[in-house]
Design a protein around this ligand. Sequence first.
Ligand code: GUN
Length: 634
Amino acid sequence: MEVLHREGLARVGRFKTPHGWIETPTVMPVINPNLIVIDPQKMKQLGATAVITNGYIIRRSPDLNRKATASGVHSLIGFDGPVMTDSGTFQSHVYGSVEYGNQDMVEFQRSIGSDIGTIRDIFSEPWDSHEQAARAVDETFRRVEEIGNTGDMILAGPIQGSIYPDLRKRSAKLMSGSHAGYLPVGGVVPLLESYRYTDLVSIIQASRLNSDPSKPLHLFGAGHPMFLAMSVLMGIDMFDSASYIKYARDSRLLFPDGTRDLAKIVEFPLWSPIYNKYSMQEFLKLDPETRVREIAWHNLTAIFMEIREIRERIAEQTLWQYVEGKSRSHPALFEAFRWICRNAGATLPFHEISRKSPFHFHDRMSFRQPVARRLIRHARNIMESANDIWIIHPEIFSGGDSQDPVLRDIYERTEAQVMFLWNSTPVPIELKDTYPVQQYIGSTRKLPGDFVPVRIRNKTRVIRKADLADILSHERIRDMDMNQVRAIADYQFMPGAGMAIFGMGSTVRVSRSTGRIRTVSESGRILATLRPHDGFFTLSMDGAMKLSATGRERFRVTVTKDSAEYNARGFNVFFKFITSHDPNILAGNETLVCNEAGTPVAVGRATVPGTEIGKYRSGVAIRVNHGTVEEPDA
Ligand code: GUN
């Protein structure tokens, strides 16, 4: 997998198959080789880049078998892009045992030219006992291990484990360590059919957090637009869908938020291909075969419309928000969303340091979002270690004009840790310009009457307007800008980083027009620039050297000798040249690029978190901003 855009566990990426690249996330329409209702080649018009069909069905039918063996599965179904094949596991699950073994079924898929072929995994039911499901996980792993070289065909090794997170974790780890290059999450169809989305998100999270991110993660049998965005948010890259045709046969139409019976629809939506072609009366009079085909096309349109929306959302980093809104369309989805919020702590290391789009604050649940959770945890640590805390009452400041001079007037006359209430939760005033504190859209401005004083072990004082006259009568004893830049660096990197990078000799330059901090320098050399859009620092090479001088092996990757020379000249770092790295690196954060001796040669921004560096084999790991050997532009 190569990752192009990301938001936490969600990613827009691509991977290569013998019949071309597949851009993810996407849905593979299921093609029944016995009954092709829509020409698969025509599905490309909607953005379908790959399809899935069934190797077992092909093998079993003498006619299909002969054709596929003679001219390949692509020619059989009439599709020249990537084709995935399934193995008959689902058929044996539904109809009882099937006649073929694992190895010969995989060999058959390879022989007909499948791009992604699947082993005969063991399908666990949601009601299976832990013991039964554990045996199925081990047997499925044994089956992937018994497969030899599959040539060009990518081997799909399903993650099973029923509804037990520990088994999903075990299965994900086993499959990731195997030679399977593609990881479908299996055994979930009964959960999808009964709207058990909470079980599903728990299964997906356990699977994603324990699997190799360089292998695409597929959710078997999930193609309804209603659940796509939530699955992608949890880290699913690929789907397959038979729903477009199954629902069409029942005269049911897919919509982004649910399903409607044809009989109950008054008007077709504007985006529907049916709307452009028929009036309702004409449509109802169509012969059944044409009608099924037209509904199937409508259903595929709904699916790919949703996929496009999801891809755009990841690129602009608003997928969380999208899922938050969408989850309100069905109580089962909302319950699953609440589970995601409650359990988002485990996903924290995967989330970027900031997002391109503002943080939306709706209610207390918004604080469960990883970007807010990280801030609140940091604020709590600061309050716990401070001896003296002042909380500015919202009647003075609640997050509006962060350049209001009254803040400086208060701040510079106390040594206390000054906090303010951001959506009613205390955050350090030094982070007033940093994501998401400044870059947020709130549902309401809190009124003074809504204010609940926060008291921590009697060391907290609330500062109200009435206190200002007394405070202003005191001398200034510290500099707000200097403290602010150090506090941001402590938050961006680690406690103590602020003093290490911005020592006693550093100076802060502020914008004359906005009053905001622009750069921090020492002896005329810039150490760091504060990014206006997210309030975090971009380090210069001098700043990077200072961070490195803390002696703590943090926020760094070590690269091969050849790469170091190249990176020192300002070129990006590729995954394959990284020999070691700090697992705490955050995606989007400043990262030091060091040579084998541990000396920084460049600094840039990580494209993926430290938890994932070392897993990818192709693509850019660090976008380098500065190297020690800066070359003039050619
Ligand atoms: N199709 C739907 N679910 C499954 C599954 O668990 N395994 C396989 N191989 N195919 C499926």
